[in-house]
Design a protein around this ligand. Structure first.
Ligand SMILES: [Zn+2]
Length: 392
């Protein structure tokens, strides 16, 4: 059994150990040590990283009761010096302790039990046995949790005695009640069997913030951040809010109203633009219908019309006026639409011949075809060629 040094001193960052096994796991070098500071992924907490000799520790796992350090390169010799990636470990200690504080706070303030937790690299989650916690109740839990942090209460880890298992604060009774159960206690708040790493006083958590929630069949999963993560997040949000304030020339308090005003204005503009486009389409249809009088073939090249607009215009005009209509548009979405009322014509071979000019694809029925391409400069030539082919 590897001696778990982090239980003796959770703040130790370096150690020396003897290599007792040196193998490969899934093709990667893996070593077992007689003692280690590296925490293996377990109990909802992720593994530590760092170095063992010249090698980087990329994963730490428990396999057949042994702790295996998965390395990026082999380590030789009998002894090895280990150094933890302390930033990562301390971050997990902050998140993990924050989890216990939140679990105790949900129970203390709302009488709600915690079901499970996950401490990830970006976000941590806590699942609580209720789906009816409202915003005010949640704020109360959050405020209480932060007060516990600022009171700097002791966080104690110890092996359970018989008396501890009867403690009313005990959040989850271990299935197997024996003295090798490790308990973690936050003074007057929470007592829970746990094998993870925690800070020794609540103050080191800094502060905790619940950042999201998701209801899942009878319970609620809350996302939270604490410590350095919460601080980095605050800095990021401050930066975003400051930029928004500068863009909208308002302070933090004025932001919701300024954004609301923008949204309303945008809706009005969108409505106005829609009306304007509708009128423009009607005008296009009218002009095309006038041009076809005494002139069987009408060719028209527009600027910046969408394929949908051309389709609607062509569809409308052939209902009003007999003729052949060759419409095209240059711009962001170069496109053509050909439509005719003449039953003796098949426009498909015509389209097929002009598509290379606009580097496009298309299709349709004998009397109504459309094509879209990438070469805007070819639209005019495509319409001209189509007209020549039809006059033949
Ligand atoms: Zn814990």
């Amino acid at each position: 059994m590897t001696k778990r040094l982090y239980y003796a001193d959770v703040y130790a960052q370096e150690f020396d150990a003897r290599i007792v096994n040196n193998i490969k796991i899934d093709g990667k070098p893996a070593i077992e040590l007689n003692m280690t500071l590296f925490y293996p992924t377990s109990g909802g907490q992720m593994h530590d990283t760092g170095t063992l000799g010249e090698a980087s520790v990329i994963d730490v796992i428990i396999k057949d009761d042994a702790i295996w350090h998965i390395l990026d390169r082999p380590v030789n010799g009998e002894q090895v010096h280990g150094v933890l990636n302390w930033e990562r470990r301390f971050d997990f200690m902050q998140q993990h302790t924050a989890f216990h504080i939140l679990a105790g706070s949900f129970r203390n303030r709302l009488g709600v039990d915690t079901l499970s937790s996950h401490l990830g690299e970006d976000n941590s989650t806590i699942d609580v046995n209720s789906e009816r916690i409202d915003e005010l109740q949640l704020q109360d839990v959050e405020t209480f949790a932060n007060q516990v942090i600022w009171e700097n209460r002791p966080v104690r880890a110890f092996w359970a005695g018989k008396f501890d298992l009867d403690n009313p604060l005990l959040r989850k009774k271990p299935d197997d009640c024996h003295e090798k159960i490790r308990l973690v206690e936050i003074e007057n708040l929470d007592l829970d069997p746990c094998g993870g790493t925690h800070v020794t006083t609540t103050g080191q958590v800094g502060f905790v913030k619940i950042t999201g929630s998701e209801k899942i069949r009878g319970y609620t999963r809350y996302t939270f951040i604490a410590g350095n993560r919460a601080w980095s997040d605050l800095q990021k949000r401050y930066s975003v809010i400051t930029t928004l304030g500068q863009l909208l020339t308002t302070g933090v308090e004025g932001l919701p109203a300024a954004v609301e005003k923008l949204v309303q204005e945008n809706k009005k503009l969108a409505k106005a633009l829609q009306n304007f486009e509708k009128e423009a389409e009607e005008q296009m249809i009218l002009e095309l219908a006038q041009q076809t009088a005494g002139n069987l073939l009408v060719r028209k090249c527009y600027n910046d019309k969408t394929p949908e607009t051309l389709r609607r215009v062509a569809g409308a005009v052939i209902k009003q006026s007999p003729g052949i209509f060759l419409l095209g548009s240059t711009g962001e979405t170069p496109c053509v639409v050909f439509a005719t009322t003449r039953p003796d014509l098949d426009l498909r071979p015509i389209l097929k011949q002009i598509l290379p000019l606009i580097e496009g694809r298309g299709g349709g029925s004998a009397s109504f075809v459309q094509g879209g391409g990438t070469n805007s400069a070819g639209i005019s030539a495509a319409l001209e060629t189509a007209a020549e082919l039809l006059s033949d």
